[in-house]
Design a protein around this ligand. Sequence first.
Ligand code: SF4
Length: 268
Amino acid sequence: MAENWSIYVDWNPWHGCTKISPGCRYCYVYRQDEMYGSEIASSQCRKTAAFDLPLKRRRDKSWKIPSGKVVFTCFTSDFLLKDADDWRPECWRMMRLRSDLYFYFFTKRIDRLQECLPPDWGDGYPNVLIGCTVENQQMADYRLPIFKSLPIRHKSIIVSPLIGPVDISPYLDESIEEVSTGGESGLSARPCDYDWILSLREQCVAHGTPFRFHQTGAHFIKNGRMYNVPRRFQLSQAHKADIDFRIGDYFVPETADTSLWKDSDYHD
Ligand code: SF4
């Protein structure tokens, strides 16, 4: 299992972000910074020491990130944050140079992608996967039409934190390689109703779109009853529901045991 988990690597070239929509209210980055007593405001975006990690080599000259890894990119910020505009071109360059890796980022700022793309993007770099995050119907209806219109080789929709029922069926077709959903974590998390999850699954099944239920969230409603789910069980409980559909049919290698996924892998 641990062996399979090792296909994933984190790369956070910058840290810190500004809140832009309801899903950001209890942002994981802010919660973690508070927990660790960070002296810098979470809203202040700064480059990290790992900025050029994809190009770092070991003493024996081999890459620090070996070929074939899925690199979760910018999960302690938003890759399309305006504050990072000056730094992003270098990241695109690193992604192009490391065409032997798969870079995967989620964004709530898909409306900025077009202006942030590098000149040689074309139909998209083959090794870059982009997840458009939506948390409610309003954000789905705003972001997903934009997402659908953009030249991206590998698209997924991240419906998280799910804070209400969402109908994404108008936006599902063969260009969407995966839909992943989950509830909100944290002490003040808004509840997530299993019926909303099942509805999303039905929408995906109807369109043949791979579907993943990645976490219950902290306050989970099932059959009208509210369950408070400790953080350590939120991923495994979702996994136990065993309602994933066609996961692994598309591009992203799917050999990991998702019960091992860390809090940061789906920051809300
Ligand atoms: S949830 Fe994402 S977009 Fe919102 S503030 Fe946090 S990192 Fe930024």
